[in-house]
Design a protein around this ligand. Structure first.
Ligand SMILES: NC(=O)c1ccc[n+]([C@@H]2O[C@H](COP(=O)([O-])OP(=O)(O)OC[C@H]3O[C@@H](n4cnc5c(N)ncnc54)[C@H](OP(=O)(O)O)[C@@H]3O)[C@@H](O)[C@H]2O)c1
Length: 271
């Protein structure tokens, strides 16, 4: 029996950035499982092999009602983003839900020792990339519904955007920028039927910390020592829940912690 939520999502085209891993990957599965009869998923990231694999796994699990288009895309490259949008096949062009999830953190250095490359890649991906995607997709959302527009833009921020912490200044600044952009956009689109949704996860175990420590798995594991972090599925459920509300309901702002976490740095560790 289709649920109310699966009916609301039926026929939609969902675009997820950073779908090759973690929260983005889980979000792709969660949308497919929630509305398996008739859904289109565009999965983007730089690692196309992972996207192809995920696309195959989704279709194998839920069947051919979900059509998946994996596309290699670096969100930080504005030209690439524009070309990606212009080359979308006709049946995938009308994007109903944009999940701006691609993002990363590099290192734990403090000023003045933060590597210039790390500053650049975090801002280019987390901030400019999210803005590139939004600007590229928004015109088609605005053109629908007799000029009233329609669609959802779901931006993945972080507790780091609300509460800066030492050793995370650049990442925190990027996520604060995401929060500001999200709130401005919601206000700019007040007269339109486009929902702007912000979701801020606390600690989630994904490849995030492995990327932070340049592949050093033992350092990444230490982040979660004595903790039970959220899973990427926990965040995916919230993203799909927000997209699956009645059109007049905006889940504008959500902060998610695991039970042992109370702020960016207050963590109860059972050690
Ligand atoms: N894990 C946490 O504790 C946590 C907490 C709060 C917020 N978040 C946020 O959640 C989002 C997802 O992170 P995650 O935890 O799922 O980490 P993850 O497992 O490392 O996934 C990050 C995704 O972003 C993609 N990505 C990175 N740079 C990209 C680029 N330039 N262009 C396109 N895609 C790019 C990666 O794909 P490719 O490498 O294949 O490009 C990957 O699919 C991020 O915005 C992160 O800041 C995470």
């Amino acid at each position: 029996m289709p649920t109310v939520m699966s009916k609301r999502l039926d026929g939609k085209t969902i675009l997820i950035t950073g779908a090759s891993s973690g929260i983005g990957r889980s979000t792709a599965f969660e949308f497919a499982r929630t509305s398996p009869q008739n859904l289109k998923l565009i999965l983007t990231a730089r690692r196309i092999d992972s996207l192809n694999q995920i696309a195959a796994e989704i279709v194998q699990e839920v069947g051919a009602g979900v059509r998946v288009l994996p596309v290699q895309l670096d969100v930080s490259n504005a030209q690439e983003v524009r070309e990606f949008v212009s080359k979308l096949p006709a049946e995938f062009k009308e994007i109903d839900v944009l999940v701006n999830n691609a993002g990363l953190v590099k290192g734990v250095a403090k000023a003045p020792e933060i590597a210039e490359d790390d500053v650049e890649i975090m801002f280019k991906t987390n901030v400019t990339g999210l803005i590139n995607m939004t600007q590229a997709i928004l015109p088609s959302m605005l053109a629908r519904n007799n000029g009233e527009g329609s669609g959802d833009i779901i931006n993945i921020g972080s507790i780091a955007g609300r509460e800066p912490y030492p050793g995370g200044s650049i990442y925190c600044a990027t996520k604060a920028a995401v929060r500001s952009f999200t709130e401005s956009l919601r206000k700019e689109l007040i007269a339109k039927r486009i929902r702007v949704i912000g979701i801020d996860p606390g600690q989630v175990e994904t490849e995030f910390s492995v990327v932070r420590f340049n592949g050093d798995k033992s350092k990444a594991d230490a982040v979660y020592a004595g903790c039970e972090p959220l899973t990427p599925d926990d965040i995916a459920e919230t993203i799909v829940f927000a997209a699956g509300r009645r059109e007049n309901v905006i889940v504008a702002d959500t902060l998610l912690f695991p039970n042992h976490q109370a702020s960016a740095t207050i963590m109860h560790r059972k050690l």
